[in-house]
Ligand binder design. Sequence first.
Ligand SMILES: N=c1c2ncn([C@@H]3O[C@H](COP(=O)(O)OP(=O)(O)OP(=O)(O)O)[C@@H](O)[C@H]3O)c2ncn1[C@@H]1O[C@H](COP(=O)(O)O)[C@@H](O)[C@H]1O
Length: 110
Amino acid sequence: MTDHDRDAVLHAVHQVLQARKGADPSSSYVAGLYGKGLDTILKKVGEEATETVIAAKGGDRDQVVYETADLWFHTLVMLAALDLGPADVLAELERRFGLSGLDEKASRSS
Ligand SMILES: N=c1c2ncn([C@@H]3O[C@H](COP(=O)(O)OP(=O)(O)OP(=O)(O)O)[C@@H](O)[C@H]3O)c2ncn1[C@@H]1O[C@H](COP(=O)(O)O)[C@@H](O)[C@H]1O
């Protein structure tokens, strides 16, 4: 999988989360989170952050990856609840790392 494909994963997850926002809360885990509201979502983000820290301290690499996936997932749920998405965060990271215009640079050098 290329970096570009991985970028697409975040956007695909975001599309699923957006669809769950309008779904019956009893129909799925994510729809249930949106039904319970922002405070419940933020509590999950906090729990997952703690579980990630515990995993990192424990040093099991698979567990760190698993818990980090849970954390990223729940932060994506949070962003969608606030009508934000991965594109907003990626744009901020691009700005910080001076990567703006990366696509144009890549196409010029290919
Ligand atoms: N990627 C995920 C995902 N990652 C984590 N989780 C859930 O996040 C929760 C993690 O909570 P915990 O670590 O506290 O584990 P737990 O004790 O089992 O969970 P709780 O009882 O505390 O909620 C678990 O219930 C996981 O199932 C996820 N739930 C759903 N997805 C995907 O999101 C998409 C939409 O999901 P649904 O809305 O369920 O269709 C699907 O593609 C799913 O595979």
